[in-house]
Design a protein around this ligand. Structure first.
Ligand SMILES: Nc1ncnc2c1ncn2[C@@H]1O[C@H](COP(=O)(O)OP(=O)(O)O)[C@@H](O)[C@H]1O
Ligand SMILES: CC(=O)N[C@@H](CCC(=O)OP(=O)(O)O)C(=O)O
Length: 310
């Protein structure tokens, strides 16, 4: 080794150090772009399975906060609700991506979402050095819910029927004051998608839907939906990197987008039409997917905007 490398560095180390420094430096314009902006991150139940991945997710959120962004976390917990219902011997079925929710089920939903999952996530964020506070739609009257009316088209009779899903709700009104108070104190809010009706009934809300409504009400600059696929895929299974609202609607119509991706895309469309600049669907199974999406040139997943970027 030549004597001028007094720190014991060799050319390979120096190249690697430069690469690291370049990655950090590349983040600067994005940190400036998102400074003091609100970014809503929806963390799905599928992405939560792995403890190490969870801590990394928490570190990424704390990093956003540390870099001047105001992150809001909205979480799901579908698989965890399913597991608890199983333990209790309560049967559960879905219709159009939504869990049919009777009285006994909504009690379990609230227990799992607003209880264990919410508090575990708060704890992870605090362990990562952040300051997080957990709440559900009942806190500060954050999410006032109304009952979902699911229209089902019966092709045989050609009649539209309305299915009763029980205590399944959608946001009728978001009261963001409590969030603004929390954010003004530099605390990261963590929200369970449980809503409350004006008569006090508890409603189970799809977590994507709740995240979209909160992003709209908070005037968020980005909504990130972490899921268990790379993003929206075309018919050949290739990742679609950018979609406009019109293109997304066409993909639903021609059947390219189906199943659980439909309510997700509908949420994206509502959010973008409600004033959120862009929504991104990203792979929550990928380590540091949030950082890659926000702070690197390449991004990740599928970006959905109102109009194509120039
Ligand atoms: N065009 C598509 N691109 C990607 N995923 C799709 C598409 N059409 C349907 N899907 C399905 O949607 C699923 C994601 O929705 P969902 O399971 O509800 O996610 P989450 O539990 O994260 O909310 C994917 O795992 C995939 O099976
Ligand atoms: C009405 C409805 O379906 N609510 C969802 C709420 C949780 C959720 O959405 O969780 P993921 O994001 O992990 O799927 C449910 O009961 O599973």
């Amino acid at each position: 080794m030549s004597s001028d490398h007094h720190h014991g560095h060799n050319p390979a180390d120096e190249a690697r150090d430069l690469e690291r420094a370049n990655v950090l430096s590349e983040a600067l314009p994005y940190m400036q772009q998102y400074d003091k902006r609100t970014i809503v991150v929806k963390y799905g139940g599928h992405a939560m399975g792995d403890e190490a991945l969870g801590l990394e997710f928490a570190r990424d959120i704390v990093l956003l906060k540390q870099s001047g962004i105001d992150p809001i976390v909205v979480h799901g917990g579908g698989p965890q609700i399913g597991a608890m219902l199983n333990r209790l011997g309560i049967k559960s079925e879905f219709s159009g991506g939504l869990r049919i929710t009777d009285k006994a089920t909504v009690e379990v939903v609230e227990m799992v979402l607003a209880g264990s999952i919410n508090k575990n996530l708060v704890s992870l964020l605090n362990r990562a050095g952040g300051q997080a506070v957990g709440l559900c739609g009942k806190d500060g009257n954050l999410i006032v819910a109304r009952k979902v009316e699911q229209k089902i088209h019966d092709p045989e009779s050609n009649i539209e029927k309305i299915l009763d899903l029980g205590f399944v709700g959608e946001p009728a009104k978001i009261n963001p004051e409590i969030l603004k108070t929390i954010i003004a104190s530099d605390i990261i809010p963590v929200i369970a998608p449980v809503g409350v009706a004006p008569n006090g009934d508890t409603y189970n809300i799809n977590a994507d839907t709740a995240a979209g409504a909160i992003a709209g009400a908070m005037g968020a600059t980005r909504l990130l939906l972490l899921t268990d696929v790379r993003g929206v895929l075309d018919k050949q299974g290739n990742l679609i990197e950018e979609l406009t609202v019109d293109e997304a609607k066409a993909l639903i119509k021609d059947g390219t987008i189906s199943g659980g991706m439909i309510p997700k895309i509908e949420t994206c469309i509502d959010a973008v039409e409600g004033g959120v600049e862009a929504v991104v669907i990203i792979d929550g199974r990928v380590r540091h997917s949030v950082l890659l999406e926000l702070f690197t040139e390449h991004g990740a997943g599928t970006l959905i905007t109102k109009k194509a970027s120039a």
